[in-house]
Design a protein around this ligand. Structure first.
Ligand SMILES: [Zn+2]
Length: 360
């Protein structure tokens, strides 16, 4: 059951940290293909977050920096055994810089940033943006002499977290890169990047793996009812694994539509608000499908009732606005109640006169 005692499916539920792409079998082919066709000093790996874009970016860096002679490595893949591969895995390679927002350092296996305090020493919330100071420091790094390898690699993840000033600073380096610098930008929202940045990068699309491959992998990770959690995460295996690791099981997931319909706010106890909004968006999506006579996508085998198209469309629009809200509070009891009232109002069985912002 989803209960308040289990660990909340915190931000980590978007993806679980995996050390290397070798753990993710569906990345093998795109990785080999990208290494074989690379023609630009800057790559943009893009696709759903839970497919492994960060692992792919890191795997490219690992392959470029690997010290085993290329002739001894099939398809140019990293050997996984040399000193360089070891340092990349430890996130301590002197020629590799990972640019991530402060708030995501722990999630990608970096030490939490001690610098998350203001000038007056007061603690502040870790930033969710990649800031210009980070870009400047990375550019300084790139201008130093190579430490170990003959090239340096900058991984930017997630690239859509670059704020405008930082993106402009990065653009200058993308336009005139120092000879030995390579970039891998990884993004789930490449359209959010400035077109000038996108156009400087070779596109590397990543798609969700075939369902049978994803299911076999999830089962090898000990995930029960893998098919349900895979559907719950939109066919993104790392997101499904993160759901499992956060304590969500298939039965609890399939019970969500009924509990939301009953206005049961306890179903989301300890959930971060962005994730509640995400679940409601999936529920709304499936209700729209049911209304059109189509099978559900995220809640397969669950009772997702059809509804009134106009009301569900209005609900979908309201949820999109909530999803865009920049800073969600982390403790969100009242906000969740309000979201459930909205969910209820979208249900045409409550009667067409039910106002959208009050309890029936
Ligand atoms: Zn190696």
């Amino acid at each position: 059951m989803v209960s308040s005692t289990r660990r909340a499916p915190a931000a980590a539920a978007e993806r679980a940290p995996i050390t290397t792409a070798a753990d993710l079998p569906w990345l093998a082919e795109p990785l080999a293909q990208t290494l074989a066709t690379q023609r630009s000093h800057a790559l943009l790996v893009h696709g759903p977050t839970g497919v492994g874009q960060f692992e792919m970016a890191l795997a490219l860096a690992r392959s470029w920096l690997c010290e085993t002679p290329a002739g001894e490595r099939p398809a140019g893949l990293a050997c996984g055994r040399c000193g360089s591969c070891h340092l990349v895995d430890e996130h301590s390679h002197p020629d590799l810089r990972l640019l991530v927002p402060e708030a995501m350092r722990a999630q990608v296996g970096l030490d939490a940033d001690d610098a998350a305090s203001d000038d007056d020493g007061k603690k502040r919330k870790p930033s969710r943006e990649i800031k210009v100071e980070q870009i400047r420091a990375a550019i300084n790094f790139s201008e130093l002499t190579a430490g170990r390898a003959s090239l340096k690699v900058l991984v930017v993840y997630p690239a859509e977290a670059l704020n405008t000033v930082a993106a402009n600073a990065l653009l200058k380096t993308l336009e005139e890169p120092p000879g030995t610098l390579r970039f891998v930008l990884a993004s789930a929202a490449p359209q959010a990047l400035p077109a000038t940045v996108r156009s400087r990068c070779q596109s590397v699309p990543l798609r969700p793996p075939p369902a049978d491959q994803a299911l076999a992998w999830l089962e090898s990770q000990g995930v029960a009812q893998a098919g349900v959690l895979l559907a719950a995460s939109g066919q993104q295996p790392l997101a499904a694994l993160a759901h499992h690791q956060a304590g969500l099981d298939g039965a609890s997931w399939l019970a969500l539509p009924t509990r939301v319909a009953a206005g049961d706010a306890g179903v989301f106890a300890n959930w971060p608000l962005p994730q509640v909004v995400d679940v409601l968006q999936k529920l709304c999506h499936d209700r729209l499908l049911a209304t059109l006579g189509l099978a559900p996508r995220y809640f397969p085998g669950s009772t997702v009732p059809p509804g009134d198209l106009a009301r569900l469309t209005a609900w979908a629009a309201a949820l999109r606005r909530h999803a865009r809200s920049a800073e969600h509070p982390w403790s969100a009891g009242l906000a969740i109640e309000a979201l459930l009232v909205e969910a209820h109002a979208a249900d045409f069985t409550r009667g067409p006169s039910a106002p959208i912002h009050s309890r029936p």
